[in-house]
Design a protein around this ligand. Structure first.
Ligand code: FNR
Length: 367
């Protein structure tokens, strides 16, 4: 169907499923084990209701925001998803171009199909990019990656902490991994076993020994803000803030790691009061969530519960797999249209007006 017939983020998924090679669809769409968590990422949002306010002047709507001090046209970012060329020959550059047009921030994955420099070079002058880091057992490799990223102007380092071993995504594992033009072996140097799907083939270099003790080392090698991606309970969010990190992403990796992990939005409701009561939000510590965000209403629910921004993964992969970078531009525009309408109907003309009272989350934790 023509691009302008895509009306919601779900429409891109349907088109992508019909155009993607079987193996690529398996890699992008799969979750771990029984995919309970992957489905829960959607279900959790459906347990939160709105409490709209009336008779507030909603002529002018403004949802621009910042992430780590950098401007974004709405409180989302394009999160890291590996192997972009499985979906489209331009891979992650589709996301870079769309992010530039729509003024949002892209997080570059360690396991991108395009080289890191290619993705940075594809950005327009002044465009903000973050980087996602898988930590190598060989810390010298990690040091080089991090310091190169900083030199190239990356504005935040998101260290993935929920993947000491890649989850079992059986849909993906059933596919024999055909290396479709990606240079995934670059960052590990080791030979990989391709018999168990794309994910397992590329992840053998990740260090399961990574621990809190490594955090000062990261601080010592870079001035970039450090954010932990994949925090799943308040205890670890508190530890991250106390360790002097700059933020956390409450995330279960799109349901691709621990099955039966809770959704980011549910964990957010648990985390924010604990950080607040300990005074840990004062130094600009930011909390983000990702997983299952498909509607502007989801973004608003996250903001109401205290998230600074939300990450969105699969919908943008699907959008460019089906339509190239124009698909991603359209997907972001759809979110902006939804955002404008939702904020009007809620009586909240700015993000500051999205208070906790705008939602009823009393059923969020009762499944
Ligand atoms: C991911 N994700 C991910 N995260 C990460 O830290 N490093 C990575 O290399 C990848 N790769 C990756 C590939 C694919 C195909 C998917 C779908 C996801 C997780 C990602 O950053 C994010 O947590 C989820 O995608 C968010 O959920 P949604 O928006 O896809 O539902």
């Amino acid at each position: 169907p023509p691009l302008d017939e895509c009306l919601s983020l779900y429409d891109f998924e349907a088109v992508a499923k019909s155009v993607l090679p079987v193996g690529a669809w398996a890699y992008y769409s799969s979750g771990a084990d029984d995919e309970i968590t992957m489905r829960e990422n959607r279900n959790a949002y459906q347990r939160i209701w709105f409490r709209p306010r009336i008779l507030r002047d909603v002529t002018n709507i403004d949802f621009a925001s910042t992430i780590l001090g950098h401007k974004t046209s709405l409180p989302i970012y394009i999160t890291a998803t590996a192997l972009g060329k499985l979906g489209h020959p331009d891979g992650e550059k589709n996301l870079t171009w769309a992010a530039a047009e729509q003024d949002v921030i892209q997080m570059i994955p360690t396991l991108a199909s395009c080289s890191f420099d290619e993705i940075v070079d594809a950005a327009k002058p002044g465009q903000t990019q973050f980087m996602q880091l898988y930590v190598n057992k060989d810390r010298e490799i990690t040091r080089k990656i991090v310091q190169h990223a900083e030199k190239r102007g990356i504005k935040g380092l998101f260290i993935t902490v929920d993947a000491p071993q890649l989850g079992r995504r059986e849909k993906d594992m059933r596919q024999k991994f055909a290396d479709e033009g990606s240079n995934v072996q670059r960052s590990s140097g080791e030979s990989v076993d391709k018999s168990q799907g794309a994910a397992r083939a590329i992840s053998s270099f990740i260090d399961p020994g990574l621990s809190w003790k490594d955090m000062p080392w990261f601080r010592s090698i870079t001035k970039m803000p450090l954010i932990l991606k994949g925090v799943q309970c308040w205890e670890d969010a508190v530890l991250a803030a106390e360790a002097g990190l700059d933020g956390v992403v409450l995330s279960n990796h799109g349901g691709r790691q621990a099955d039966y992990a809770r959704s980011g939005i549910e964990v957010l409701a648990e985390v924010m009061p604990k950080l607040r009561e300990r005074g840990l939000l004062k130094n600009g510590f930011e909390v983000y969530i990702d997983g299952g965000v498909r509607r502007a209403g989801d973004i608003i629910k996250a903001v109401a519960l205290g998230a600074k921004a939300v990450g969105i993964g699969r919908p943008f992969l699907y959008a460019y797999s089906a339509y190239g970078h124009e698909g991603v531009v359209r997907a972001i525009q759809i979110l902006k249209d939804e955002m404008e309408m939702n904020l009007r109907l809620l009586g909240a003309p700015t993000l500051a007006d999205i208070t906790p009272e705008m939602i009823d989350a009393s059923n969020l934790t009762s499944r």
